[in-house]
Design a protein around this ligand. Structure first.
Ligand code: MLT
Length: 325
């Protein structure tokens, strides 16, 4: 009888170590079929997912033995954490382990946008040598607006400071005397102000009911003409048609998106625009981050299955349910 179902691609030495202690059912494509998930989770005590498995109330009900959900990543939008809490199931996650990788991608996208790196590459491969067509801008002296100044937003801003940028931050959970803001010499401003004053806005918001579609025309229309927008957090926080309009009107000079409202997205107008950089939600996909994430989640699953509290649990760190096993 399996102990642990892994329903997405999660591999490495830590998973092998898990296999040496528990019976692991590794079905990396199971996330595509709710029916298969429900069938395979039935006898399992743990379920490990990334962001593609919908961990719904129905799925948790289909696993009466479930003690712990391991979310290998930081975003919890695919896990019904309220239902897990009610059901007494631990939700373990990895809040910090991929933050550096996402911050580095945000910086990479920033430079790619202002120096036209993907467009210049495409043009040069086509046999051209268009130096004057690709006159970019420096980051030095520009203002970065961070929307959502949690760990990833902070690390992005810190790297931007090294380029000589100044930082505006918008985050309802921070107070103006926050030490991290002081470290960044950042000014805490409203959402309206961050869009009105920044040259580049980088979004680091979680997907919550309160943030769904929060970044819309009201924000983009405030931006300075020729500014840039980057999103490496969650696609659902952005109203994509409004973003497209801001690009078409020229208010935005360029946009870089690692995340989309629907993943994978339908091909549309954004895909055909030269000043848009699109990535397949790979902010956390570095060897180092994946290694850290996998080690941390396997460690927490082991702890819970062996009767110890999880290190990084969303609410309760030990299961509060009676199971038959
Ligand atoms: C995260 O939430 O950790 C990243 O976006 C990557 C992922 O969703 O797995």
């Amino acid at each position: 009888m399996p102990d642990i179902l892994i329903s997405e691609a999660i591999e490495g030495a830590a998973v092998d170590a898990l296999r040496s202690r528990f019976h692991v059912l590794y079905l990396p494509d199971a996330w595509k079929s709710p029916q298969l998930l429900a069938e395979k989770v039935r006898d399992c005590r743990a379920l490990i997912v990334r962001n593609q498995t919908p961990v719904t109330a129905q799925l948790m009900d289909a696993g009466p033995e479930l003690l712990v959900i391991g979310r290998a990543g930081v975003g919890l939008d695919n896990v019904d954490v309220d239902y897990a809490r009610q059901a007494g199931i631990v939700v373990a996650f990895t809040p910090d382990q991929n933050a550096i990788s996402v911050a580095e991608l945000a910086i990479g996208l920033m430079i790619s946008l202002v120096r036209f790196i993907p467009a210049a590459d495409r043009d040069t491969r086509a046999g051209n040598w268009n130096r004057r067509r690709f006159v970019g801008s420096e980051l030095y002296g520009k203002t970065l607006g961070i929307v959502g100044a949690g760990k990833i937003g902070y690390l992005t801003a810190r790297r931007a400071r090294a380029f000589g940028m100044s930082v505006l931050a918008c985050d309802p959970f921070l107070s103006p005397d926050n030490v991290l803001l002081a470290d960044l010499q950042a000014e805490l401003v409203t959402l309206e102000e961050v869009f009105a004053r920044a040259d580049i806005v980088s979004c680091h918001l979680p997907a919550l009911p309160q943030t769904a579609g929060l970044l819309n025309s009201a924000c983009f229309e405030r931006m300075k003409p020729g500014s840039y927008f980057i999103n490496t957090s969650r696609g659902k926080v952005v109203n994509e048609p409004d973003l497209l309009s801001a690009l078409k009107s020229g208010r935005l000079a360029g946009v870089a998106l690692d995340v989309r409202a629907t993943e994978p997205p339908q091909l549309g107008e954004l895909e055909s625009m030269p000043n848009v950089i699109l990535m397949p939600h790979i902010g956390a996909w570095t060897l180092e981050a994946q290694d850290r994430v996998t080690v941390a989640i396997c460690e927490d699953i082991t702890r819970v299955l062996e009767g110890r509290p999880a290190v990084s649990a969303v609410h309760q760190a030990t299961p509060q349910r009676m199971t038959a096993r």
